[in-house]
Design a protein around this ligand. Sequence first.
Ligand code: GDP
Ligand code: MG
Length: 442
Amino acid sequence: LGGTITRAIQQMSNATIIDEKVLNECLNEINRALLNADVQFQLVRNMQNNIKRIVNIEDLAAGHNKRRIIQQAIFNELCNMLDPGKPAFTPKKGKTSIIMFVGLQGSGKTTTCTKYAYYHQKKGWKPALVCADTFRAGAFDQLKQNATKAKIPFYGSYTESDPVKIAVEGVETFKKENCDLIIVDTSGRHKQEAALFEEMRQVSEATKPDLIVFVMDSSIGQAAFDQAQAFKQSVPVGAVIVTKMDGHAKGGGALSAVAATKSPVIFIGTGEHMDEFEVFDVKPFVSRLLGMGDWSGFMDKIHEVVPKDQQPELLQKLSEGNFTLRIMYEQFQHILKMGPIGQVFSMLPGFSSSELMPKGQEKESQAKIKRYMTMMDSMTNEELDSSNPKIMNDSRIMRIARGSGRHVREVMEMLEEYKRLAKIWSKMKGLKIPTRGDMNMR
Ligand code: GDP
Ligand code: MG
């Protein structure tokens, strides 16, 4: 998808005159890309119409950068589509909240319930898990295993077959124990069927949840809208969690789920493990939907904030795609200073300050980055300039640890971080770098 969008915009950049025809061709290509990313047909159509309304080629005042305006319009429109206009219910620590999870079997409900509980437990909450899935054999065992691993109290039964009864008993039990987050996992069944929706209605009416979370597998494709709508019609869904975002799916179904439930996405699941769970953030999500990062916006930013004399070198490095430890060192310097180049890089996934320096952990993160830099100070030029991580053998790692007075484990951690960032950086390889002239299409 990224390729297609980038190509569409690139083609538009190459056109000397941007007229209705060029805009339509660009929009058509973007539509195809969005459909491929599982964005629902109707939503794509709506978006196209909105963009045409916003970007009126005739009305664009001369002197404006049309390509940039169109691009920005697409980005904003997708962000708007993910914003239902009102936030989801947010539980308050110390006050009991009941959160019910619904979704088809296999969507990731049980896994996500545990992730949600664990996420809050790490922040000092007292969560508890209730297994109201009496439909699938082994459902209780699965929840029990997850809960035990995370040391979270759980409730369920091997013999009771009435999900409503278990849900109510579980909720009552944990209310008495002063848990502030009581999470009710429910059954899914294989397909949407009346019995499932009736069961959800009953569990919901009996437990009176403060929030009902619809859990959706990101790989279900165009089915997302109908599925989300079917749940919303049965119970008052108030939030969405999209799972398996670590797979191939770009997550376009999230737009459908938001449209169908009129509820925001609150988290995304990015793996099978308990901590592979992220707070949903609209902009990076849309960047991903459009491909890796918003490259063209990124280029604009470079032209905007990086001193002219430093641009060619930076762009050259980017297009080569070889990320060396020296480049990482330099980026760390920029990020710590938060100078112009630091600002540019914070637009990249992986390099963003929310990832390198998460909120509330700025001090620790800065210290970590400085620690990494101290270790890199003990590296040879050969090591710093190599883009082959294999040269970092045990004896080199040991030498660096000794030289910088750090632990071998820390050197290895720093090299892991390097590999992570190198992977992101490599996606920029071969990027055609527009010159100043290309950027100003008038
Ligand atoms: P449920 O039937 O809705 O309760 O779904 P489960 O929680 O049992 O999950 C179904 C499968 O999806 C399990 O194998 C999970 O490990 C897997 N799963 C859940 N969330 C994620 C995720 O975010 N990423 C990946 N890769 N797998 C996930
Ligand atoms: Mg389950």
